[in-house]
Design a protein around this ligand. Sequence first.
Ligand code: ADP
Ligand code: MG
Length: 866
Amino acid sequence: MAKYTPMIQQYLQVKAEYQDAFLFFRLGDFYEMFFDDAVRASQELEITLTSRDGGTKERIPMCGVPYHAAPNYIEQLIEKGYKVAICEQTEDPKQAKGVVRREVVQLITPGTVMEGKGLSEKENNYISSISTFEDGTYGLIYTDLSTGESRVTMLTSSTDELLNELNTIGAKEVVCDEALPGELQQKLKERLSITLSFEQDTVVKESDESFFRQLSQQKLRITAARLLNYLYRTQKRSLDHLQPVELYAVSNYMKMDYYSKRNLELTETIRSKGKKGSLLWLLDETMTSMGGRLLKQWIDRPLISKAKIETRLNAVDVFLQRFFEREELRELLTEVYDLERLAGRVAFGNVNARDLVQLKKSLQQTPGIAHLLQQLGESETNQLAEKLDPCEELTDLLEQAIVDQPPLSIKEGNIIRDGYHAELDQYRDASSNGKTWIAELQASERERTGIKSLKIGYNRVFGYYIEVTKANIHLLEEGRYERKQTLTNAERYITPELKEKEALILQAEEKSVELEYELFTSIRETVKEYIPRLQSLAKIVSEIDVLQCFATVSEKRQFVKPTFNNERRIRIEEGRHPVVEKVMNAQEYVPNDCFMDKERELLLITGPNMSGKSTYMRQVALTAILAQIGCYVPATKASLPIFDQVFTRIGAADDLISGQSTFMVEMLEAKNAISHATEDSLILFDEIGRGTSTYDGMALAQAIIEHIHENIGSKTLFSTHYHELTVLEDELQQLRNIHVSAMEHNGKLVFLHKIKEGAADKSYGIHVAELAELPPTLIQRAKELLEQLEEKGEPAPLPTQPKVLKEEEPLSQLSFFTEEPRQEQKKVAKQDEIVLAEIKKLDILEMTPLEAMNTLYRIQKKLKKA
Ligand code: ADP
Ligand code: MG
């Protein structure tokens, strides 16, 4: 290293500590990057790669960005999941002996951005941290640095649960122990595209006790300490706005795995991954960014406590009844600024006077909002009103101290109101008196010299001057004016008395600017003390906002208040899919009922493609979710059970983006549902088994249905294009066939989108093909083939018809599908082989009679199923 120049040596020393980040190394007006950083940054940011002499033979790769343009570049890197270490000059270059001292002042990471594009207004930006413990449990914490909220929990089951939770949180970055198993690290990076960071220090500092206030369990404290210590180490500044960590339990919310959320498009759509077209998009009538963020949190975590759900619903009810008050409330809310993020920026020392004016305006809305809520006169809204803390002293302070329209800069004055501070007023008087004097001087000089065009001006270099055009110079009194500057047409002069006044004015101005800055920072410190109160105010305001949002949407979209029953009964009358309905615009959405109870646990849905099967299933799930977040539901009447979990599997045909083999994903999702669902769960299986060959798929579909029916008893909606499965209704007590009706009209297919009892009677595939305008000759040929098949009798060979399989011989009828039956037969043969091998392996002498019985039972079961 000795061969490098001292500056490059300094660079390398700093860089050694920030290996996983781009090091932005301040050199004058630029941030420079060297070596590999430079090569990669030049690619990522599309900036020119140059090189410089570093003391060695080979030149060092280098690229740089001007410091004033840096935020933009930093944002780009963060968005791509990188980290950026900002290394500043920390001494005055003029004073430096040798190389200027430089230090990293902040590490910016995807989870710690505080402003800019990386931070979307209506979305939290979470950084998370996990700790693993010897007993196999996980501690998980997540924090939004911009708002100061943190929540922590212990997870006891599998890594899947951990991944799922991280996914629900939407964490951008996870801080963990370097010893975290590589496999898990890999999963975090690849499956969730999360940026990983490491922190080994898990010691709780005494000064941070308030952050840990609610945590007594050692594991939770370790988990939280890891994250907090990481934040200190990387942010290197006050984190006063961090609120005490809140403890939560995953089991207090409705569980939905990653796939289910995605399939239901709760907060983003499958295709574009954007908000538009999602349930969140439909619901978002919030007026504040805080409310927007809370809405998303609520959608991500539906409740399972009936009491809590009903508290929300009752408040929505109040807002819904009172249209005018609600409109007024919405009006007031538009004036409320993002108090949560503001509190964060106050702690970071990043606020300007305009922010404080916004804060004042927000606070000024509070009494109005409280008054309005009280007017409603209901206990739900009264409780909210009581919790609103208007922070009056702070409002008054800001009103008295800060002008209505301050500039962006906090160092150039014009921030503090007249009358707020006596000394400041004096300076201002001095300066304005001086200015009046100067204005008067112009008049008196004109009179004295008789030059009408004489004027007094000011510029930064020469200060105040008297300007006289060249033609008039001869009129000036000898000796009185000292020439300062010559222009083409005029000369500029000063006089001793002008100079004296100027000094007074400038001094007063300088002092007043300095004083203003001092006053401003002290006000900012005062605001800091209010951070916890502002944060609790923010919480209540966002809650009010989401509740009014629910009322507003419910009215707009004609939702009704759901009721809950303990009989595991779903009774939805004229239910709709709210998003599809909204998107359809003028077209008529066809409402559908859904009825399920102890006798109808499983609905098997058939119907042609595009008839509305998927839409119907989703609308049932969305209705349940809406009800459990405390919103009204799209129906004319709805009575629902409270679901503990919702699982969905949407068929391969709809699955456009999965990288994994879609069939594998399908099976993983099915496994997930089957192994976790209870009788209080809701399962949607949409065309499961579609990703594999017909018989395979059909067999799997049937086995899955039987399994759910026999062993789980979840409320299940199962759509299928395997018409053959409809015979299951005869065998399975709690299964019912329903179908989406369609009608033939003049040989064409008309979708009615209406759910009816019973199985669909005919396959409409050819008509759909016709609608898709396949060539008429092709359609004609398909029709002929269909007729041929129909003439040969029922072409519905169910390879695994329940319990009747062995008696009938449907396979032989299938001349058209010769390929697949052969496979089927092979499979049966293979099954026999497996069983024989198993019997051969048995060590009979070592078995108890009971074991022998059990083994025999298992073998028989296997053969029956085959
Ligand atoms: P399937 O799953 O049976 O193939 P989808 O549920 O995907 O059909 O629905 C296809 C299209 O039909 C939807 O995009 C929507 O435009 C329309 N649709 C579905 N259900 C309804 C309904 N109840 N009323 C009106 N249009 C509907
Ligand atoms: Mg579908």
